[in-house]
Design a protein around this ligand. Structure first.
Ligand code: BG6
Length: 364
């Protein structure tokens, strides 16, 4: 049931403050101000390396997870598309934790990668939405998301719930590795608790985003830029737009722009810049300005501080609340999803059932 929403995708975008809160609730211990995981039969302190495997949108959660785990827990993380993982003959080292991420828990490539990890002797964990799925049954440690059923083929609420669980995993690894003080963990818990409200705030910009949609819908190509954990968000933004509006879109790491993609820029190319203010902001803005000097039509998604600094000469700005860098991907996912949604609605495509795509791909 879509309720009063026009599409399941819209309903699922709007459900995010609730389902992310629901997911976080099962990982946060309010009294101890700690982030907890379900009981497990192995010790996270022994983990020396993490290998993450996923497909599509879930893969971008893995990319963001690499930033988080490496930064917080100081252990190396590798990330592969499930379809590439097995066939590149990955090197397994002792004390490696394999992690799969999947909404359905049935994606054939990810399931095959999970089985390969297990056969190779890895301990495995899985961030999975469907608790009765094959992957949920086969992982050593199930880390459930509580997004509820996701009907729209393009993943939205499962993505942000996966991010919430990934943050919980990163914090637990960090604590187990002795890299996080109780005070630091308490601060992270506070920031994670702010997520649902910040997402609701982001949803409040829906009408502005809808107003930009016709301009984006008229483009042949759209580029997305981000740096650090917002780089995978740029990839996710481009994937969402491709999937449901059939407009060619690519995401780039801001710093890579000048090494090639800038050749694509002219005044017909919208450039969506995902850039919360903070340590990475100035560099991203200088990459954005290089593109603006070549005519790029910029939509800047940032907070008030970022927009005050760099919002000039853009076709639009979308103002997010000021949030801690750790939770920014969860909040910035909302405008990115809404933009793809409104462009597709404007173009009149089948938002919930895009051509050529399936919700769960059960062939390799
Ligand atoms: C797809 C869907 O092909 O599978 C994507 O269209 C999804 O939206 C991907 O991200 C992975 O699915 P799952 O169920 O493993 O998360």
């Amino acid at each position: 049931d879509k309720g009063n929403h026009r599409h399941f995708m819209q309903k699922e975008i709007y459900e995010q403050p609730v389902v992310v809160a629901q997911t976080l609730r099962s990982y946060l211990r309010p009294l101890e101000e700690q982030v907890a995981l379900p009981d497990m039969e192995f010790d996270l302190a022994g983990v020396e390396r993490v290998a993450i495997v996923a497909c599509g949108t879930a893969y971008y959660v893995g990319m963001i997870g690499k930033y988080w785990i490496e930064q917080l827990a100081r252990i190396p993380v590798e990330i592969d598309f499930a379809s590439e993982f097995r066939y590149r003959d990955p090197v397994f080292t002792p004390n490696m934790l394999g992690v799969v991420i999947s909404q359905s828990g049935e994606t054939a490539d990810t399931l095959a990668a999970l089985r390969h990890m297990k056969e190779s002797g890895l301990t495995t964990g899985g961030i999975i939405n469907v608790p009765t799925s094959s992957m949920a049954r086969e992982v050593d440690l199930l880390l459930p998301t509580h997004a509820g059923p996701e009907i729209g083929v393009a993943s939205t609420k499962a993505f942000t719930c996966q991010l919430a669980v990934m943050a919980a995993l990163a914090v637990n690894l960090a604590r187990a590795k002795g890299k996080l003080t109780a005070e630091e963990e308490r601060e992270i818990v506070h920031h994670l608790r702010e997520v649902p409200e910040a997402m609701s705030h982001a949803l409040g910009h829906d009408a502005e985003i809808e107003a930009i949609a016709p301009k984006i819908a008229a483009a042949r190509d759209v580029l997305y830029l981000g740096r650090g954990p917002e780089y995978p968000m740029a990839l996710e933004g481009a994937l969402k737009l491709k999937e449901i509006s059939y407009i060619h879109a690519e995401g780039y790491a801001s710093g890579e722009m000048k090494h090639g993609p800038i050749a694509l820029i002219d005044d017909s190319v919208p450039l969506i810049v995902i850039a919360p203010s903070g340590p990475l902001f100035d560099k991203t803005v200088s990459n954005m300005q290089e593109a603006q000097a070549r005519g790029a039509q910029v939509v800047l998604i940032s907070d008030a501080e970022g927009i005050a600094q760099a919002g000039e000469n853009t076709i639009a700005t979308i103002e997010m609340p000021k949030v801690h860098p750790l939770i920014a991907p969860l909040v910035y996912a909302v405008p990115v999803q809404l933009l793809a949604y409104h462009v597709a609605v404007f173009k009149g495509t089948d938002v919930d059932q895009p051509r050529n795509l399936a919700k769960s791909v059960t062939v390799e």
